[in-house]
Write a new protein. Structure first.
Length: 232
């Protein structure tokens, strides 16, 4: 195994664990009248800021989730430092702007993928559905990836007859807003998820029969009050 895989990493789980540990210890010391924990515990939004920073600087993590944690944590900290009366309904337009920024980022990132195979137009799929349904199918011998967006609608990607070359990885950029994206894949493909669910869900319903070195399909994107599913 590569030594880099065993290297110590600061993860959101570690930050949350340390936060809960500190909360429990401070609460105990407060109950024992050893110290007044309230001035310290009021800074709990710093945990959200740390989670956001970890996600932003982790190349394997979802950057949109990092931005959201960072913005929420910073807003709560500002409220405690300057005693601002922040109504979180005022931040709804900012949330909409962040969703738009995520779509723009995904659109730019798609151009960094390798070009499809000449003569195989379905080596890359594009699907966009708004208040409706769209289905796309690929039988490419060298499938490279797809982008699928479902807004109050549904997108179905049928990749069961497509192929990914050995040792390669195809990328599907998926976005679901009050809608759903379904991806059907062969049983011998591996699934790697980089999806950030915000009041939504990502589900990997594939049968776990793929070998560790099997062709991989990386699904990345966001599910905002919607769902993204991968199935056989």
């Amino acid at each position: 195994m590569n030594s880099s895989e065993n290297a110590f990493r600061i993860t959101p789980r570690l930050i949350v664990g340390l936060g809960i540990l500190a909360f429990g210890l401070l609460w105990t010391l407060d109950n024992l009248d050893i110290l007044d924990a309230r001035p310290i515990m009021r800074w709990w939004p710093a945990v959200l800021v740390l989670i956001g920073l970890v996600k932003l600087f982790d190349p394997r993590s979802n950057k949109a989730a990092g931005v959201i944690f960072l913005v929420i944590g910073a807003a709560l900290l500002v409220r405690r430092v300057y005693w601002f009366d922040i109504d979180f309904s005022d931040l709804i337009p900012l949330a909409i702007a962040l969703i738009g920024a995520k779509l723009v980022w995904d659109a730019v990132a798609r151009h960094q993928r390798p070009a499809g195979v000449p003569g195989e137009p379905d080596s890359e799929l594009h699907a966009f559905a708004i208040m409706g349904g769209v289905k796309r199918q690929s039988i490419a011998s060298d499938f490279r990836g797809a982008d699928a967006s479902a807004i109050m609608g549904g997108v179905e990607l049928d990749l069961r007859n497509a192929q990914i070359q050995d040792g390669q990885e195809a990328i599907v950029d998926a976005f679901a807003l009050w809608g759903g994206v379904e991806i059907f894949i062969p049983q011998h493909w591996r699934v790697i998820s980089d999806v950030f669910p915000l009041m939504g869900a990502f589900e990997d319903k594939t049968r776990q029969t793929a070998a560790p070195n099997a062709p991989a399909l990386r699904v990345r994107g966001s599910a905002v009050m919607g769902g993204i599913e991968v199935k056989n």
